[in-house]
Write a protein of this length. Structure first.
Ligand code: ZN
Length: 487
């Protein structure tokens, strides 16, 4: 027997099976019970939300030997034929595949003949917005004077493209995206009946990715079974989708808060491993920050996440200001657009993320000691360094952002008797002094000086001691004993 996709196999066969469209089911059931059926329905809504399934169920409800009934038997000849797709009374036209000119013409010819078996002829026109203007005109004429035994179901994913002349002649039913919980439950049922073992986290991710489309959710489940057999784990889903797993996304979030550049670049590298595209990683990041945004402004429940995931998002959202989250989303969305034409997508992502950090790291205006207060010897070279200091800073910035941030907090003070350039930091800024003296940063500064001044000069840092303070801070005490206090 040839393989039947899960979506087809488990497609809803009666009104009560339909997932997530309670209002529509109620409307149609009542219309049948009260004999108030419309001649034309317009089913609008995203793909995979049950439009065609509902149309077929309606056809069975109308043509069942026990009908018209809201509870068709499903076993009589008429029901069976419709289920199998053999019924001559149910005519399905896919406007997307051939734009419908011949079909609509034929429809107009045939519509005059009453149904041979059953009571109604049901015309289901899928993706009706794709019809050509000629086909629309032909359809319109039919809709204006439909024979009593016809019911039209026009289905569309793009309501705004359906001409008003058509939609105004139909009763419109809007199919909403199916709720995450409902998709999860249905997947669980299908998995149970098929004998698949699937963990909760995997189930939640499939449902989230499906974005309200049951068809997408079941297709994904199908692919997962081919990919990993009957036992499906969260990691299988991650690998198949090529999506970034939640650990990675939260790590990105933390790194942005902490402005950890090295870690950020590592994460990008990690994100791109296993064949993920830069675009995919960027989209996942945008989605993550969108989640943070919703949680931050208190509309997190629309995300329909598991309680654990929600709690984790909330925790991370607290580390961000709302402005920062929006800034990240804007920057990443722009990067997503840019990388469509840029040959080096990864570079675009890296720059976008680094710029976000840089904005955070660029020091705010810090009050500085006036030059006159400081006891500095000013040989010619020192004067030269001082006058070119902004250029030196710029050069360091290109080599190391961390080195730059620390250097920015210091000033060139003197060239000491060892021929070293002394860079002074304000009291309490020992952290910056120490970071500047790390080999990598020190080298970068020395190279920069060489580039700008044309002379190799070593550097060392000192931290000021505020003499007006009567009690010394721990930092100042440490500096004092290191003998690096300016006097
Ligand atoms: Zn029946």
């Amino acid at each position: 027997m040839s393989y039947i996709s899960l979506y087809r196999k488990w497609r809803s066969q009666n009104f009560d099976d339909l997932v997530g469209q309670a209002a529509i089911v109620k409307t149609l059931k009542n219309a049948i019970k009260n004999d108030r059926l419309a001649h034309a329905y317009l089913f609008s809504g995203p793909r995979g939300t049950g439009k065609t399934s509902t149309a077929r169920i309606l056809a069975k409800a109308l043509n069942c030997e026990n009908g018209p009934t809201a509870k068709h038997c499903g076993t009589c000849q008429n029901c069976e034929k419709i289920t199998r797709g053999y019924s001559v009374n149910v005519i399905e036209i896919d406007a997307a595949s051939n734009r419908g000119i011949d079909e609509i013409r034929e429809l107009r010819e045939r519509i005059r003949y009453a149904p041979v078996e059953g009571r109604y002829k049901v015309y289901i026109i899928d993706e009706v917005h794709m019809l050509t203007p000629e086909a629309f005109n032909a359809l319109l004429k039919t809709l204006e004077e439909p024979p009593s035994y016809t019911v039209f179901v026009l289905a569309t994913t793009e309501l705004q493209k359906v001409p008003l002349t058509i939609s105004s002649r139909c009763q419109r039913l809007d199919f909403g995206r199916i709720k995450l919980k409902e998709i999860e439950e249905h997947l669980m049922q299908v998995a149970g009946k098929e004998g698949f073992a699937i963990d909760e986290k995997a189930l939640n991710l499939i449902a989230r990715v499906a974005e309200g489309s049951m068809r997408d959710a079941l297709s994904l489940l199908d692919q997962l079974v081919s990919f990993s057999g009957h036992k499906i784990s969260y990691d299988n889903v991650i690998t198949l989708l090529g999506t970034a797993d939640e650990e990675l996304l939260f790590a990105f979030g933390d790194t942005v808060v902490e402005s950890d550049i090295v870690k950020l670049l590592e994460l990008i590298k990690k994100g791109l491993e296993e064949g993920r595209s830069t675009l995919q990683v960027t989209r996942d990041l945008v989605a993550h920050f969108r989640n943070l945004l919703h949680v931050k402004v208190g509309s997190g429940e629309i995300l329909e996440l598991t309680a654990d995931y929600f709690a984790r998002l909330k925790q991370q959202a607290e580390r961000f200001s709302l402005e920062k989250i929006m800034e990240v989303i804007r920057a990443l969305s722009k990067a997503e657009l840019d990388m469509r034409w840029h040959p080096h997508g990864r570079l675009v992502l890296e720059v976008a993320l680094l710029e976000l950090l840089e904005v955070r790291q660029a020091p705010m205006a810090v009050p500085r000691l006036t030059r006159d207060d400081l006891p500095v010897a000013i040989p010619e070279r020192l004067a030269q360094i001082k006058s070119r200091w902004p250029d030196i800073l710029e050069s360091v910035k290109k080599k190391t952002l961390f080195g730059y941030v620390s250097l920015h907090e210091g000033d060139p003070r003197e060239i000491n008797n060892k021929g070293k350039l002394v860079i002074g930091f304000r009291r309490g800024y020992v952290f910056h002094k120490e970071r500047l003296e790390e080999v990598k940063n020190k080298q970068a500064v020395e190279e920069a000086i060489n580039e700008i001044i044309g002379e190799k000069i070593a550097i060392e840092g000192v931290v000021d001691n505020d003499k007006k303070e009567t009690t010394l801070s721990a930092h100042a005490v440490a500096d004092f004993f290191e003998g690096k206090v300016l006097t």
